[in-house]
Design a protein around this ligand. Structure first.
Ligand code: ADP
Length: 385
């Protein structure tokens, strides 16, 4: 068997092929700059790597060229199912689903909640449905894992009709990542997932925190859109909504959208959206930026800790969480009164596993995320029931 996983972005496509749901992908592919004059296609196979420039007007052409490369390398044999990452499932999906016309129509209905992401995801789905009409296809939603968050936590205090008529509420994102690392954490802790309480910190270019009680998400930092919560690579995260009203006097809606989504966060504060650069800068401004990032993370650790009956572990994942020893150290600093104490030596040397000190009540884990493997697992499980 082989499971093909497709993550279709607005101008990019990422694919992975799994021959087994518990072992790393056998093929990793990436196509960037779809629709531009030159698109870059990279494909890593077990024995060889292909990097080439291609021209493709849209996602269907991009996927066709991708599949030609895969076929030429005998990687498209025996595709049992295709799993698609879909960013926004709204309130309609709390589980992965087999894709049919109704599912496509519901993803379309949710486009207003994710105007950049859902149309791109649909393009990937339409292209593969056309090319593999007989292979079952499954949609796995970024929002689905957080559908267990209780109503008092996901609602905003705006007029009731805004929720009833426009579905304005928090949804949360990075669900496949939070779910994947919480299962891995349970495995490391040797506890059943449904008895595990965690705070999972997905710290990448996009970043979010989730409170996991008995294996289920009960709160998360991202909201109706992926703009809320932590300070991110280019997104501002939490901000007084009054600031937006103030800025709207000067900037148009589109300008403000760009400022808050693309020009804020680390980039807005320090001129780079890469934490490695900011750590290397070592200036007053970069030190302030790091303090702001860590302060926001600690605020969420405290607030999520208060919602858990007991905390088994804090989990660090994604680019910064997996690689930045400094950010991990600072995030755990001064939390001994909460039973969270880091071991410097383990923090400096461990790439996957426990990094807490011997007296720490709460475990601290580094776990590399694998959203695609989680999508492959959920796809496989669904088509085999
Ligand atoms: P995304 O999938 O959201 O694009 P990633 O999870 O790949 O992001 O994380 C990317 C970010 O991880 C980079 O922008 C960089 O800031 C950070 N990062 C990667 N390696 C390191 C490192 N060694 N030290 C600090 N930050 C790192």
């Amino acid at each position: 068997m082989s499971i093909l996983v497709i993550n279709s972005g607005s101008s990019s496509l990422k694919i992975k092929i799994f021959s087994d749901i518990d072992t790393p992908a056998i093929v990793h592919g990436n196509l960037e700059k779809i629709g531009e004059e030159h698109s870059a296609l990279h494909c890593q196979f077990a024995q060889n790597k292909i990097d080439k420039q291609i021209t493709c007007a849209d996602h269907r052409e991009g996927l066709e060229q991708f599949f030609t490369v895969l076929k030429d390398n005998n990687a498209l044999v025996d595709i049992t199912a295709i799993g698609h990452r879909v960013v926004h499932g709204g309130e309609d999906f709390s589980q992965p689903v087999k894709i049919d016309d109704n599912v496509i129509a519901t993803i379309e209905k949710n486009i207003p909640l994710a105007p950049l992401h859902n149309p791109a995801n649909l393009k990937g789905i339409e292209a593969t449905m056309y090319m593999f009409p007989d292979v079952p296809q499954v949609a796995v939603f970024d929002t689905a894992f957080h559908q267990s968050v209780p109503e008092h936590a996901y609602r905003y205090a705006v007029p009731e009709s805004f929720y009833k008529e426009q579905k304005i509420r928090s949804y949360g994102f990075h669900g496949s990542s939070h779910q994947y690392v919480s299962k891995e954490a349970a495995r490391i802790l040797q506890k059943p997932t449904e008895q595990t309480n965690l705070i999972t910190l997905h710290l990448g270019n996009g970043a979010s925190v989730a409170a996991i009680k008995n294996g289920k998400s009960i709160d998360t930092s991202m909201g109706m859109t992926p703009l809320e919560g932590l300070i991110m690579g280019t997104r501002c995260g939490d901000i007084d909504p009054g600031v937006l009203l103030f800025l709207l006097q000067k900037y148009s809606h589109d300008e403000l959208d760009k400022i808050l989504n693309k020009k804020s966060g680390l980039l807005g504060l320090c001129g780079s959206n890469d934490m490695r650069d900011i750590e290397a800068q070592n200036t007053e401004q970069s030190r302030l930026t790091i303090k702001m990032v860590v302060h926001r993370i600690q605020k969420y650790i405290g607030s999520f800790y208060a919602q858990l009956p007991e905390l088994d572990a804090v989990v660090f994942t994604a680019g910064i969480g997996e690689n930045s020893k400094l950010i991990r150290k600072l995030c755990c600093e001064n939390l001994a009164h909460l039973g969270i104490e880091l071991c410097d030596e383990k923090n400096n040397n461990v790439t996957c596993g426990e990094i807490q000190s011997s007296q720490s009540k709460v475990k601290i884990l580094v776990i590399p995320t694998n959203e695609e493997m989680e999508i492959a697992r959920q796809t496989y499980t669904l088509i085999n029931v």
